[in-house]
Design a protein around this ligand. Structure first.
Ligand SMILES: NC(=O)c1ccc[n+]([C@@H]2O[C@H](COP(=O)([O-])OP(=O)(O)OC[C@H]3O[C@@H](n4cnc5c(N)ncnc54)[C@H](O)[C@@H]3O)[C@@H](O)[C@H]2O)c1
Length: 366
């Protein structure tokens, strides 16, 4: 098998977790790779993933080698002291709407002197020169314009895309058509963490629903201590994240809950939590003879270990699609790995579709 040559946009904490995890397994070759769904996808293992181009806006990351930038503040992941799957230096991306008001002091964006058009030309040259075939989008929540900029670059450079965050590209009909037209694969949008709040909440909601009980109301609140959480304090940046998280749960119910009976949201930033994310979920409902019941779940996970296995799977599906010359949103992988795919399925059906795609290269709904 060849290598999976990727470019990353946003050399943040999620990316640090992905590449330090790959390094961890490289240094522990006899350990089972946990936290990915499959050892091989399309014949690829996690060791086939490499990053040959990278883009950011932070003054302490741009211009550094990618292997060094991964450890720069405010990134918090420290699982290995070096990484070997990264090459090249971090290049400048246009800031656009990437940096929110609460993270500005932590990220310190470079002063930009080049126009967006100049940066676009340079980005296209860099991607072509590096031989990257997939763009991994790890921009902060609320980066609508910046994500669209990079989706355009994917289309112009003939790259596939993995969209880890909640700006709707794979799940937006117009953008999806553009990827289909160019026969380029996209997996998106917005990671469903491996054992994250969303998958736990949707699974339990589906259980209550399919066991014939009536869910009356439900909430899910999340707290964490990294830049993703501080950025999400800015409510204006959150619109698509809230839609992505809420619809992911609603999609599993036979009848939608009224909007005022479901609350799903990232809710607060607690600095000392670091990359630990806490989720609190409650479902209230009724069963036989209208007798009420409720359940509460508290989930504690490392936010970045939770996202990195999903990255490792999504990138391998995207590369397999490139190998098979399959373009457009990947139906099964997007539904299985992402909160907001173009089309939602139950998780068992999504898994079946993703596995069928990996076995046959057929990108279909049934
Ligand atoms: N479990 C998870 O961690 C999880 C799950 C689902 C989705 N996500 C999403 O993944 C994304 C990345 O999360 P993270 O924790 O790595 O965030 P982060 O804040 O640690 O990293 C974001 C990086 O993007 C850079 N950046 C900002 N504006 C930019 C621009 N215009 N161009 C290029 N780079 C720019 C920042 O400098 C920073 O390095 C977020 O949108 C998050 O919501 C994460």
């Amino acid at each position: 098998m060849g290598k999976i040559r990727c470019a990353v946009v946003g050399v943040g904490n999620c990316f640090a977790g992905l590449v330090q995890g790959i390094e961890y397994y490289k240094r522990h070759p006899n350990e089972e790779v946990t936290g990915v769904m499959y050892e091989k996808i399309g014949g690829y293992t996690v060791h086939d993933i490499e990053f040959v181009a990278s883009f950011d806006v932070a003054e302490n990351k741009v211009g550094k080698t990618l292997a060094k930038a991964v450890y720069e503040y405010p990134n918090k992941v420290r699982w290995t002291d070096s990484v070997s799957c990264c090459s090249g230096t971090v290049k400048e991306s246009p800031i656009l709407d990437g940096v929110g008001i609460y993270v500005e002091n932590m990220i310190k964006p470079i002063k930009q002197t080049k126009t967006v058009e100049q940066l676009k030309k340079e980005a296209i040259e860099e991607i072509k020169k590096s031989g990257a075939r997939i763009i991994l989008n790890h921009l902060p929540v609320g980066s609508q314009k910046a994500t669209e900029f990079w989706a355009d670059i994917a289309l112009e450079t003939g790259c596939g895309m993995v969209n880890a965050m909640p700006v709707f590209i794979a799940s937006d009909v117009k953008w999806a058509q553009r990827f289909t037209k160019k026969n380029l694969p996209i997996v998106g949008d917005d990671y469903k963490g491996m054992i994250g709040a969303t998958i736990v909440h949707r699974t339990l909601a589906k259980l209550c629903d399919s066991r014939g009980t009536k869910i009356d109301k439900t909430y899910q609140i999340n707290v964490g201590g990294n830049t993703d959480f501080i950025n999400m304090l800015e409510r204006d940046r959150l619109q698509s994240k809230k839609i992505s998280k809420t619809e992911s749960v609603q999609s599993q119910l036979s009848k939608r809950l009224p909007d005022d009976q479901i609350y799903v949201g990232p809710s607060d930033f607690i600095p000392f939590l670091g990359n630990t994310k806490l989720m609190f979920m409650r479902i209230e409902g009724r069963m036989w003879a209208n007798i009420p019941y409720n359940m509460e779940v508290r989930l504690e996970v490392d936010d970045k270990a939770n996202s990195s296995g999903v990255s490792a799977d999504a990138l391998r599906y995207a590369q397999f699609a490139l190998d098979k010359k399959v373009g457009g949103p990947l139906v099964g992988p997007s539904a299985w790995l992402m909160k907001h795919p173009l089309k939602q399925f139950s998780d068992s059906k999504a898994k079946e579709l993703a596995e069928k795609f990996a076995a046959t290269g057929i990108n279909a709904e049934d």
